[in-house]
Design a protein around this ligand. Structure first.
Ligand SMILES: Cc1cc2nc3c(=O)[nH]c(=O)nc-3n(C[C@H](O)[C@H](O)[C@H](O)COP(=O)(O)OP(=O)(O)OC[C@H]3O[C@@H](n4cnc5c(N)ncnc54)[C@H](O)[C@@H]3O)c2cc1C
Length: 355
């Protein structure tokens, strides 16, 4: 029997496994990694490490190896309100990453004592003491037992879906991203607001020899049509988004109230996006993945009995952070207040020689 079984080896799950792996018998399960050739199915992500995420990595005692970085490193955001034509720059420091390499690197930090089952997915959970977890992969099913189960399985969390059926869920969006080859050096990340396309936002991120264009769209039949309309509008605006080499998509959550964050119950914890930890204003989720993993570690480090209650208490500061982001979000995504703030020039940055 495992002391702690973690489902999901993204930033949240691999970080928690690294921290508790020497104290307890830990199993880390993930469907995305292929153990045969050590490859990984890409996580659709912008791969920008925002200041909060940089801060928590420092707290965790980590520094990034050079080969994870991709150019350019970014010092400003270009905010574009397509309908009004308002177009402003704001100072913000991002580390630009190769997300696949980043996830691999986090896994490479696991202590030897952590057992892994990659290429396996969680099928079913039988609550109880112990908790029984049914996995499937490689044409084989198996059942394992654990004292504590951690759902670190991202936006579409099966742990959350199966064990917290009556919980309020964050609003979900379909994020679509395309990769366009470019020779242009774009020294900023663009955040695009177009309420006729989505009530969330869209982005263009330079990534070495590519521009990634993405949008978080209301899910449903119209999503791909909305995406095409946006691409057309951005081409008309002056971006060069032609002949993409790859399109990818993923679910992304957007909490609309703090009650939608579910940290767990009794012997089950949820961390990272599975819990709903993600910024409702920017969809930045990496800092929350690391911080919630740290808080879950602090709870588990005290013992394995009822860790969810301790984790919930420790994570109150993170809930307050989400509440603050909800206020920011209500200002950013209300067209009149956004335009008033942009037009005022408050916090904007003068750019002399835009490439
Ligand atoms: C398009 C897009 C762009 C984004 N850009 C940024 C950005 O630039 N910066 C930022 O900070 N955040 C960004 N985010 C958010 C960020 O990617 C997530 O919040 C972050 O990855 C959450 O980490 P996590 O470990 O909780 O979950 P994930 O990274 O989603 O990892 C979950 C893991 O669980 C595994 N899993 C899922 N279900 C099962 C199962 N049933 N059985 C076994 N394994 C399972 C998956 O394979 C995966 O490896 C973006 C999100 C999207 C969709």
């Amino acid at each position: 029997m495992y002391d702690v079984l973690i489902v999901g080896a993204g930033p949240a799950g691999s970080t928690l496994a690294r921290m508790i792996g020497e104290k307890y018998r830990v199993l880390l399960v993930d469907k995305r990694f292929n153990p045969a050739n050590r490859s990984i199915r890409s996580k659709c992500c912008g791969g920008l490490l925002a200041p909060d995420a940089q801060h928590i990595l420092g707290t965790l005692g980590l520094a990034l190896p050079r080969d994870i970085l991709v150019g350019p490193q970014i010092f400003k955001v270009r905010a574009i309100d397509l309908q009004s034509g308002l177009d402003k720059y704001y100072q913000r420091f991002y580390i630009n990453l190769d997300r696949d390499k980043f996830d691999h690197w986090l896994i490479s930090l696991l202590p030897q004592s952590v057992e892994t089952k990659f290429g396996k997915h969680l099928v079913r959970i039988e609550p109880g003491n112990p908790i029984r977890v049914h996995l499937h992969g490689d044409n084989r099913s198996e059942t394992l037992e654990c004292r504590v189960l951690v759902g670190a399985d991202g936006a579409a969390s099966a742990v959350r879906r199966q064990l917290f059926t009556s919980a309020a869920t964050p609003r979900s969006y379909l994020a679509i991203q395309e990769w366009f080859p470019t020779t242009e050096i774009m020294p900023y990340f663009s955040a695009i607001f177009e309420p006729a396309i989505t009530d969330f936002y869209s982005w263009i991120i330079p990534k070495e020899n590519y521009l990634i264009m993405g949008a978080a769209l209301p899910p449903g039949k119209s999503a791909r049509h909305r995406y095409s309309r946006l691409k057309q509008a951005l081409n008309n605006y002056g971006f060069n988004l032609e002949d993409s080499i790859k399109q990818e998509s993923a679910l992304v959550l957007r909490p609309t109230g703090p009650g939608q964050i579910i940290t767990g119950r009794n012997q089950v914890l949820l961390i990272g996006e599975a819990a709903g930890w993600i910024s409702p204003s920017s969809a930045e989720g990496l800092s929350y993945a690391f911080t919630s993993a740290l808080f879950a570690y602090q709870s588990l480090n005290e013992g394995l009995v009822a860790p969810a209650e301790r984790y919930q208490k420790i994570a109150r500061s993170l809930s307050r952070n989400i509440s603050n982001k909800l206020i920011k979000s209500s200002l950013m995504y209300c067209a009149p207040s956004r335009r008033a703030i942009m037009a005022s020039g408050l916090f904007t940055m003068r750019v002399e020689n835009t490439l």
